[in-house]
Design a protein around this ligand. Structure first.
Ligand code: FMN
Length: 214
C-alpha cells in the first residue's frame, strides 16, 4: 500500500524498473517527473541498471544518492513524492503480487534481455515478476526498449509483449519540437511515458501544427 499524502489521501503508486540499457537519463527524468506529481514510486534497479546510471549520469548517480541527485538535477519539487526501493532479487516483495495496488509500471530503459524475459513470462527477478503481474492483472505496462539495430528475436519479443497488453514505447525522441539539449530529448521520452501511465504533464509542448512553436 502506498503511503498517504499529508492530507490523508492515498498516493498513486507506480512501479519503475531500470535495466542495463543505454538511456539512464530517461529513467532519471521519468522518476523526477513522477515524484514532482506526488506519486509513490516502487523502484527496482537491475545490477546493470545501477552501472548504467553511473556510467551515463556520473558518479553521483548512485541508488543510495538517488533523491539528492534528482533534486540537484531537476529541482526540489521531487520531495512531493516517495520512493520505495526494492532489491531485484526479492521475489517476495509487495509488487511481486497482484494483490498490491500498484497502478502501472514502466521499464525504462528496457534491455533486450529483460524484454525477452517479459515476452516469455520468465519472472526470474523482481523487474520481470512485477511486469508479469501487470500483464496478468491487465494493468498498464510501458516498455521502453533501447537497442539498434534490432534482431528478429528482439522484434518478435516486442510483438509478444504488445500482444500480451504492454505498450511498446521505444526510447525514440522526436525532433519537431526543436530540442536544444539532451534534457529536452529526455523530457520528450519521459513525457510520453507519463502520458502512457495516465498523467498530465508539460514536459514537451503539444503539437500545434507548426514546428518549433513553444
Ligand atoms: C555500457 C553498456 C551499455 C549497454 N547498452 C545496452 C542497450 O542499449 N540495450 C541492451 O539491450 N543492452 C545493453 N547492454 C547490455 C545489458 O546491460 C545486458 O544484456 C544485461 O545483462 C541486461 O541485464 P538487465 O536487463 O537485468 O539489466 C549494455 C551493457 C553495457 C555494459
Amino acid at each position: 500500500m502506498a503511503p498517504g499524502t499529508p492530507d490523508g489521501t492515498p498516493r498513486q503508486a507506480i512501479a519503475i524498473g531500470i535495466t542495463g540499457a543505454s538511456g539512464a537519463i530517461y529513467a532519471a527524468r521519468t522518476l523526477a517527473a513522477l515524484l514532482e506529481r506526488g506519486v509513490h514510486v516502487e523502484l527496482i534497479v537491475s545490477d546493470y541498471g545501477r552501472r548504467l546510471l553511473r556510467d551515463e549520469l556520473g558518479e553521483t548517480a548512485t541508488i543510495e544518492n538517488l533523491l539528492p541527485f534528482l533534486a540537484s538535477k531537476y529541482g526540489g519539487d521531487i520531495g512531493a513524492g516517495t520512493i520505495n526501493l526494492h532489491s531485484n532479487r526479492d521475489l517476495g516483495a509487495t509488487i511481486a503480487s497482484g494483490s498490491h495496488g500498484c497502478g502501472g509500471m514502466a521499464i525504462v530503459p528496457c534491455s533486450m534481455k529483460t524484454l525477452a524475459a517479459v515476452a516469455h513470462g520468465l519472472s526470474r527477478n523482481l523487474i520481470e515478476r512485477a511486469a508479469d503481474v501487470m500483464l496478468k492483472e491487465r494493468r498498464q505496462l510501458v516498455i521502453v526498449p533501447r537497442e539498434t539495430p534490432m534482431s528478429l528475436p528482439q522484434l518478435r519479443n516486442m510483438v509478444l509483449c504488445a500482444e500480451a497488453g504492454a505498450m511498446i514505447l521505444p526510447a525514440m525522441p522526436a525532433f519537431y519540437q526543436q530540442p536544444r539539449t539532451l534534457d529536452d530529448l529526455a523530457d520528450f521520452v519521459a513525457g510520453k511515458i507519463l502520458s502512457a501511465l495516465g498523467f498530465e504533464h508539460s514536459l514537451y509542448p503539444a503539437w500545434t501544427g507548426r514546428a518549433g512553436e513553444k
